[in-house]
Design a protein around this ligand. Sequence first.
Ligand code: MN
Length: 199
Amino acid sequence: MPFELPALPYTPTALEPHMSSKTFDFHYGKHHKAYVDTLNALVAGTPHENATLESIIAATYGDDSKAKIFNNAAQIWNHTFFWNSMKPQGGGAPTGALAQRIDADFGGLDAFKAKFKDAALTQFGSGWAWLVVNKEGKLDVAKTANAVTPSVLGLKPLLTCDVWEHAYYIDYQNRRGDMVQAFLDHLVNWDFAAKNLGA
Ligand code: MN
């Protein structure tokens, strides 16, 4: 099989109590795995079979006849990026060049958090909230629907939070805002964002 479910960067209990091992059982073990299994079935025997995930995402975006392939490929990529956007004892404040960019482009960490949370809460239905570098080269917040991933919009992702219901329903039921707040205060991996920024 060409695509594999990537290993988690920490154990499934490592983000408790903010994100439970039961959530990982379903969100990683069922949802993320299902995207991998489905993509493998969809690309078997096609020219996409030996392509990279990134090239499949770029080649199929906006093509209605390839929507299923795009959705599963992008969801594999987005979930791997999401697991890496968190870490045990995360949260706190960024440092160095990333902190300076957040101050310059958002007016401070609290203003960034407010904008990110607003994007996460106003994404109607399933989707993702992102910290990105926009087309003008500035840090910005974006929200995307369903499987859409920033690269197809010309944006460079630094961090993401999954706001599909399956991301929070086990631990927070309908309280999406509480999950996003826990992500920002206790889970976010600023080192990963800094690495993606190249800072
Ligand atoms: Mn998800």
